[in-house]
Ligand binder design. Structure first.
Ligand code: NAD
Ligand code: ZN
Length: 354
């Protein structure tokens, strides 16, 4: 059984080192953890009604007890609200709360909320201290760590954003007890992704089930930290974290965001794997291993019923283009992926038609 874990990682950001705390029960001591990390004064706790129903009261109480003056701010729940309108509504709430430039902004929620609030924190008064408190599996292992924030435009996902390293990330796995099972499974796609990118041990463990939740979170976060530290502004290697995402963003967009991000990523990883196989970059044995694990974890691997032309066109609005060319991350084997900017359109469409 894999159980080892350390409670804290430090991510060396471009300006600063910031702690990522991981442990059960952290949420009930949020105030103390913020204080210990040099934060104080007025602060804004941003959440949505779904997450807030479970956790607002406890967090607000912990903040007050630690001497903060917290204001509760709310935004609507759902990818359809990951918009500039929601960001504007946050600016209004921050102004009404009388925040100053040192007031921490806490994002308590999943990836949608963390991305939106992170962008508001990056831009309000030219940047406020941001505390990410992720409450979904996806947000814990991926979106809360690494500093990418942003919102969607009608034309495509995450088209407006900023790099905003948080002052602190607080990850309390206990909150996953209220997360619907379907959301947990969706988040597993990013865990599998991290295994394929840089942790054969994590990949293998997911298949045999002999690990604790804390170990899995710890291992998945380690991969993210390693990749981000090497390339904080995505000038090169960090793009590997987009494994499956060129496909995924097109599927999400075509579904009007009804398809969950993690599920889209799972199908995207399957597509990237088949593409790698067709191009003889990946062996049939390696490809089967990846597709089998996704299937074993009950994640979708079949392409939704969109025409290859429609998917190709939707991919064209994805911002992961380099010099006008689409960029694909392909697995060669578990633990080894590479970035490609010259995949022929026909090869991509072949996979979409499979
Ligand atoms: N910034 C990045 O680097 C990065 C990386 C990966 C994904 N993302 C983004 O993350 C988003 C997807 O995030 P997500 O999968 O977390 O979805 P989400 O934020 O929509 O959360 C899923 C649902 O679960 C609810 N929820 C969250 N925590 C809960 C809890 N503990 N108990 C009960 N309900 C809870 C949410 O309110 C929501 O209804 C996408 O917009 C994607 O683009 C960003
Ligand atoms: Zn993702």
């Amino acid at each position: 059984m894999k159980t080892n874990h350390t409670d804290v990682h430090y991510l060396a950001g471009p300006e600063d080192l910031y702690p990522i705390l991981l442990d059960e029960g952290l949420l009930s001591n949020v105030g103390q953890h913020l204080k210990r990390n040099g934060l104080s004064g007025s602060c804004a706790l941003v959440t949505n009604p779904t997450v807030g129903a479970h956790y607002t009261e406890g967090v607000m109480q912990s903040l007050s007890q630690a001497g903060f003056r917290p204001t509760l701010c709310e935004i609507s729940d759902g990818e359809q609200y990951k918009t500039l309108e929601t960001v504007a509504s946050l600016y209004d709430q921050f102004l009404a709360a009388g925040l100053d430039r040192k007031s921490p902004i806490l994002a308590l929620g999943g990836g949608v909320l963390g991305d939106t609030v992170g962008f508001a924190a990056a831009t309000f008064l030219r940047g406020m201290p941001l505390v990410q408190i992720p409450t979904t599996l996806l947000a814990m292992v991926d979106s809360s760590v690494g500093g990418k924030t942003g919102v969607d435009l009608p034309q495509g996902k995450n088209l407006v954003g900023a790099f905003k390293q948080p002052a602190l990330v607080l990850i309390d796995p206990e909150v996953l007890s209220t997360l619907p099972a379907i959301e947990f499974r969706s988040g597993l796609a990013e865990v599998v992704k991290h295994g394929i990118i840089d942790s054969p041990e994590l990949f293998e463990a997911l298949g045999d089930g002999k690990f604790t939740l804390l170990w899995m979170l710890d291992e998945a976060i380690r991969v993210k930290v390693r990749v981000v530290e090497e390339d904080p502004f995505e000038q090169g290697r960090r793009a590997v974290l987009n494994l499956g995402h060129t496909f995924a963003h097109a599927f999400e967009q075509l579904s009007n965001y009804e398809l969950r991000h993690g599920y889209a990523v799972s199908i995207g990883i399957a597509c990237a794997t088949r593409l790698a196989l067709n191009l003889n970059y990946c062996s049939p044995v390696e490809a089967k291993e990846i597709l089998d694990l996704l299937d074993f974890l009950e994640m979708p691997i079949e392409v939704p019923d969109y025409s290859p032309d429609a998917v190709w066109q939707a991919m064209g609005t994805d911002k992961k283009k380099q010099a006008g060319r689409l960029r694909f991350i392909l697995p060669q084997a578990v633990g080894k992926v590479d970035i490609f900017n010259d995949i022929p359109e026909a090869a991509v469409k072949e996979v979409l038609a499979q």
